[in-house]
Design a protein around this ligand. Structure first.
Ligand SMILES: Nc1ncnc2c1ncn2[C@@H]1O[C@H](COP(=O)(O)OP(=O)(O)OP(=O)(O)O)[C@@H](O)[C@H]1O
Ligand SMILES: [Mg+2]
Length: 304
């Protein structure tokens, strides 16, 4: 009995929508991705024009870790499903499902996956496929070292390229949304099959303030947080934290609040003082240990 390939869920999904609406400071990314989804929907109904445009039905979100790529991939699909009312499904593909120790096993798995996607697309009006960390499926074939990496990896990538071409041909209603934080490692042949690559960067200043305040507001529902921390009187201090966290991802901003909660005495409420000190310590650590684990707090933007 072959292993299940992953889970298919019906859209819209409430959790996806909630997480999407909690993203701040990347409105331009959301707007551009929504426009692409609208284009995809229109072209699914106009095959001739779709051919003319050579639309590939593939979008890539790339950017440093923790900037909301996965939340966007899920959330935008759910939002689009809600707006159009079309019977929509989402399949999230786990990259580890394709590897195999058996000779020829990887490409066999990939072919099985692509067949599965085509079958499922037949059951829905719109079918979304989310592939996170897509560089692990589509690594550049030139980087594969035949002496240490099995030839199977190459065959796997080639099987994917064939499979994607088939999906594009047979299923105008299937949209593939990929994400990566290593866009430079993607095979050029795949890159060439991506209609739109969107850079997702860390949130802008206004967004950072909202993320920090939302996170504190959430924590305050069950944890000991100073009652005036979210008052207008604290705004100048929040601005200081916002300045100190330029370049931080959404994930890193949330982690700053978590770290602050663990830095305070358990009997005392979370105060602005503790948050400022925690931010200053992280910043100092970040500067001193350019390559330490904490540098993930300040992700560098990859280039495509
Ligand atoms: N701009 C943002 N506004 C609010 N929250 C954010 C933002 N960016 C990221 N987050 C939060 O950070 C967490 C990580 O997001 P997500 O998993 O989508 O990141 P990612 O870019 O896919 O990371 P990775 O590259 O590691 O897979 C989530 O809880 C998400 O809600
Ligand atoms: Mg992700």
């Amino acid at each position: 009995m072959p292993e299940p390939l992953g889970k298919v869920i019906d859209l819209p999904d409430r959790q996806h929508l909630r997480k999407l609406s909690a993203l701040h400071g990347i409105d331009d990314v959301i707007i551009q991705a929504e426009r692409y989804l609208q284009l995809f929907s229109r072209m699914a109904l106009a095959p001739d024009v779709r051919d003319e445009l050579n639309l590939q039905n593939t979008m890539l979100l790339y950017g440093p870790p923790g900037v909301g790529k996965t939340v966007l991939a899920h959330g935008l699909a759910s939002l689009h499903a809600k707006r159009t009312g079309a019977h929509s499904g989402l399949f999230e593909f786990a990259p580890d499902r394709q590897a195999s120790d058996l000779k020829g096993g990887t490409s066999k798995n990939v072919r099985r996956l692509c067949r599965f996607i085509r079958d499922m697309a037949g059951k829905y009006a719109v079918f979304y496929v989310v592939m996170n960390e897509c560089e692990s499926n589509f690594g550049n074939r030139l980087d594969v070292n035949p002496s240490i990496e099995p030839l199977d990896t190459m065959r796997g990538i080639e099987a994917w390229l064939d499979g994607l071409d088939q999906i594009k041909k047979d299923c105008a209603n299937a949209l593939i949304v990929m994400s990566t934080n290593q866009p430079g490692r993607i095979d050029p042949a795949l890159r060439d099959r991506i209609d739109l690559s969107i850079a997702v960067r860390p949130p802008l200043a206004d967004g950072r303030e909202q993320i920090l305040r939302d996170t504190v507001r959430g924590a305050a529902r069950v944890l000991n947080v100073h009652e005036h921390l979210l008052d207008d009187a604290c705004l100048p201090d929040w601005q200081r934290v916002v300045q100190m966290t330029d370049g931080y991802s959404g994930r890193a901003l949330k982690r700053l609040i978590v770290n602050s909660l663990t830095n305070k005495k358990s009997s005392e409420p979370l105060t602005m003082d503790v948050i400022l000190k925690t931010a200053a310590n992280l910043l100092e650590h970040d500067m001193a240990h350019g390559d330490g684990p904490e540098t993930c707090l300040r992700p560098r933007s990859p280039r495509l």
